[in-house]
Design a binder for this molecule. Structure first.
Ligand code: DGY
Length: 321
């Protein structure tokens, strides 16, 4: 007897994607059920491919529920919510959506950097709420051009952020687990030294246990009262309590954060901090990039069903990490 479905979708990736996938292969749309995979039994047996998103994740119990699973195709570049160990233990391949979002995430890092330095979000409120007329001149802010840019994590997104620094006549250095020999940027073996050198420190490394609180109180102090911290990676990389304490005491100059330790949040603890610009985790959220990400998930699924190969697999070394 042939299986009724080939693909299980545990998260919706939007009506356009969902309809397109359902039109081209046999898809069990488990996300329609409030209980998810737990609502099914026999239907799960023959399933070869699962579709999810980095927001929804893919847990060990999901792997356990799918005995015939061969591949997981996830929307998003991050894989901190996908249980890669469970996948590797069973030889299940995992794909994510790299490359297509690099430019938009880098653009947002710069939007936050500029907003934190030049106070554009505060200035917007200043004009719209009548303070310009009532109070007069807006306070002076921090210069960006010609300053020093430190990048934590010189992967594809970190590179795109660093490249944009040239347009602002900035010197760029970076910190990674190991130096990138071909890189035109200076390597700092110590993150604290990078922070002490930099005017702006942009966090662009992967999330997960290995990078948790890498930006700690010591790194934040090294960045200093004139320094600005930008995070477009994962909230977990920054010790948020330490950052908040340093922002309140003036030990850290400012911050631009697209990601926080708890998401979503009303971020009440940031409400009084005009030196902080926040965004609700939207690095890749442009129409063009979101369409490209969905397209890449679709292409990974159909390629795997046809050839048994994924187009953008998580590299083996990261599967084992
Ligand atoms: C990613 O692609 O990992 C983004 O953070 C998802 O929004």
């Amino acid at each position: 007897m042939t299986a009724a479905y080939d693909v299980v979708q545990v998260a919706s990736l939007g009506p356009q994607f969902d309809e397109r996938l359902a039109a081209s292969c046999r898809v069990l749309q488990a996300w329609r059920e409030p209980r998810g995979l737990a609502a099914f039994s026999e239907e799960l047996r023959g399933l070869r491919v699962a579709v999810t998103s980095v927001r929804h994740g893919f847990t060990r119990s999901m792997f356990d529920a799918l005995p015939g699973l061969q591949a997981v195709c996830s929307w998003g570049v991050g894989h901190d919510t996908l249980d890669l160990r469970a996948a590797a233990a069973r030889g299940i391949r995992v794909s994510v959506t790299p490359d297509v979002l690099d430019d938009c995430v880098a653009d947002l890092a710069w939007a936050l950097l500029l907003s934190a330095a030049r106070r554009t979000a505060v200035g917007d409120r200043y004009v719209k709420t009548g303070q310009w007329r009532a109070l007069g001149q807006f306070p002076v802010a921090t210069r960006v051009s010609g300053k020093r840019l430190g990048v934590l994590g010189l992967g594809r997104i970190g590179e795109a952020i660093a490249r944009r620094g040239a347009g602002f006549d900035m010197e760029v250095r970076y910190h990674n687990r190991s130096p990138r020999p071909q890189s035109p940027y200076g390597y700092e073996a110590s993150l604290t030294d990078l922070a002490a050198w930099a005017d702006f420190l942009v966090v662009a490394c992967v999330g997960g246990a290995a990078t948790r609180h890498l930006v700690d109180a010591q790194v934040i102090r090294a960045l200093g009262p004139q320094g600005i911290l930008v995070n477009i990676a994962r909230g977990s990389v920054v010790d948020q309590a330490a950052a908040l304490a340093a922002l309140r005491s003036g030990e850290l100059g400012g911050a631009g954060l697209d990601v926080l330790e708890q998401e979503p949040t009303d971020a009440a603890e940031f409400a009084e901090l005009d030196q902080v610009s926040l965004m609700p985790h939207v690095g890749s959220a442009t129409r063009e990039t979101r369409a490209a990400m969905a397209e890449l998930v679709y292409d990974n699924v159909t390629e795997f069903l046809r050839t048994g190969r994924l187009l953008t697999p998580v590299p083996d070394r990261e599967m084992q990490a």
